[in-house]
Design a protein around this ligand. Sequence first.
Ligand code: KIV
Length: 272
Amino acid sequence: MSTQGKLNKITTAVIKDMKKKKEKVTMLTAYDYGTAAVVDEAGIDIILVGDSLGMVVLGYDSTLPVTMEDMIHHTKAVCRGAKRAMVLGDMPFMSYQVSVEDAVRNAGRFLQEAGAQGVKLEGGREVAEVTRRIASAGIPVMAHLGLTPQSVHQLGGYKVQGKSDAAAKRILEDAKILEDAGAFSVILECVPTLLAKEITESLTMSTIGIGAGIHCDGQVLVINDMLGIFERFTPKFVKKYANLNLQMKEAVTQYIGEVRTGVFPDDAHSFL
Ligand code: KIV
């Protein structure tokens, strides 16, 4: 059989199969070529070019100011670095809420211009039609329920969602509606562990948790949080696997000292 045209990429079929085999899906965000190459070479399954870009890279207070142009620019860079991982572009605020036509066109840009393999968008039943239309255009869609940061003003802050029985029921129903609409996976952000378990067991699509406990089919974190680069605040669900902020400050302080005292550049770093 010819291998021409064979995808070496992680596909939605692979992600679905992982759920059947009870293999955990690993996912991290990335926003640039270098970081994408590192996480890809380390073996991550999915790279999300999250609109968290706005907070951890661009310095905004929320994700709301992020534009399609910002997202396309960074998704292009990530796609150049990711050889094996599936790359998903996060649809920014107002890129899918105004009309279904806008939503399909903007989702298409992530694949056509940036080279991503799919998109993610926030919301429940209110984005079911948009999800259905994007998925029917052949674009894999990851849904996002629970704490949806683009609705921070409506939610009244970055809080755990689905705590009451009614709120939990609504999230569970939304997950099923989005699965029926064609989503291949759903992020569950900041929901109680047992609710995430119930949702995970009720769906054939994979659940990816962030602050949603151990029972999800996979996990995602913002890379700047888990590497300890972003220091402005650290949510409870973030485990820091490194403290790069401190290491970067130490390295820069040493560099400043060595330049000021004439230690750098020495002969080993000069053309003699
Ligand atoms: O924008 C983002 O990085 C996200 C993750 C937190 C899931 O949506």
